[in-house]
Ligand binder design. Structure first.
Ligand code: HEC
Length: 223
C-alpha cells in the first residue's frame, strides 16, 4: 500500500535522472549508425552508375550522337527533287481548294456541265497565259465565250462570280487546274497572282470574254 502510494510521488523526481540514465544506456548500446548500412548502397550506386554509363553509350550510338534529327545527308534532296516535292504539295493543296471552290460548277473531273459550266480540261482559258485564269478567279467572268469550239455564258444567271480566296490559294488552285486531267501548263506563283491582282485593281465588274481576249491576244485561239 505505502509503496504504491510512494511511487507516483517519487516517479516525477526520479524520472528525470532515470530518463537520462536510460538514454545514456541506450546511447551506449546503440550500434554506430553506419554499421552494416554503407556497403550495400555503395554497390547499388556503382551499379546504377554503370547502367547510366552504358545506356548513354547505347543512346549516343542509336541517335547519331544525341542528334534529334536524322543525319543531314539522309534528308538532303537535290534541288530538282525539292522543287518537284514542293510542286506536288502545291498541287495537292490546289486539288482540295478546287473541290471546295470550283468543282460545284466545273465538276471534279474538270469537264464542266453541258450548256451550263464550261470545261477546264483542255481549255485555253485555263492553260494559256497565267494572267487569264488568275484574273477570271479574281473578278469572275460574264457573257459569251468560246471554249473548245463551244459557246458558253449565254445564260446571264450562270455567269462566274469572283472567287474570294487568297493569292496563295489562287496560285495553288490554278497550278492544280493547269496540270490536272491531261492539262500540262506552267505553275503559277503567289507573286504572279499578287501582280495580277494589282494589275486588275481597276476592274470592278466581272470580266467579259472580249476584255480578256484584248488583254491576252495570243492566249486564246478560239473565236
Ligand atoms: C458558280 C459556278 C462557278 C464556280 C464556283 C467557278 N466557276 Fe469558273 N466559270 C463558271 C462559268 C458559268 C463560266 C463561264 C462564264 C461566262 O463565260 O459567262 C466559268 C468560266 C471559267 C473559266 C474560263 C472558261 C473555261 O472553261 O476555261 C475558267 C478558267 C474558270 N471558270 C475557272 C474557275 C476556277 C479555277 C474556279 C475555282 C477557283 C471556278 N472557275 C469557279 C462558273 C463557275
Amino acid at each position: 500500500m505505502t509503496e504504491e502510494k510512494e511511487t507516483p510521488e517519487e516517479s516525477p523526481v526520479a524520472s528525470d535522472e532515470e530518463m537520462v540514465k536510460v538514454h545514456a544506456e541506450l546511447h551506449r548500446e546503440k550500434p554506430p549508425p553506419t554499421m552494416g548500412f554503407l556497403h550495400a548502397p555503395l554497390v547499388f550506386v556503382f551499379l546504377f552508375g554503370c547502367l547510366v554509363f552504358f545506356c548513354s553509350i547505347q543512346l549516343a550510338n542509336s541517335t547519331n550522337k544525341f542528334q534529334l534529327h536524322p543525319p543531314e545527308d539522309l534528308v538532303k534532296l537535290s534541288p530538282e527533287e525539292k522543287a518537284a516535292l514542293k510542286l506536288e504539295r502545291k498541287a495537292e493543296s490546289g486539288k482540295k481548294i478546287f473541290a471546295i471552290r470550283c468543282a460545284s460548277c466545273h465538276q471534279l473531273n474538270g469537264q464542266g456541265l453541258p450548256n451550263m459550266f464550261p470545261p477546264l480540261a483542255g481549255s485555253e482559258w485555263a492553260t494559256s497565259d497565267p494572267g487569264l485564269i488568275t484574273k477570271i478567279i479574281l473578278n469572275g467572268l460574264k457573257g459569251k465565250i468560246e471554249v473548245k469550239g463551244e459557246t458558253w455564258g449565254l445564260v446571264p444567271a450562270q455567269n462566274m462570280i469572283p472567287v474570294p480566296i487568297s493569292d496563295r490559294e489562287i496560285a495553288n488552285v490554278t497550278t492544280y487546274v493547269r496540270q490536272a486531267w491531261g492539262n500540262s501548263a506552267s505553275e503559277i506563283t503567289e507573286q504572279q497572282v499578287s501582280d495580277f491582282r494589282a494589275e486588275s485593281s481597276g476592274q470592278t465588274e466581272q470580266w467579259t470574254g472580249e476584255q480578256l481576249r484584248a488583254l491576252y491576244p495570243s492566249g486564246i485561239s478560239d473565236k
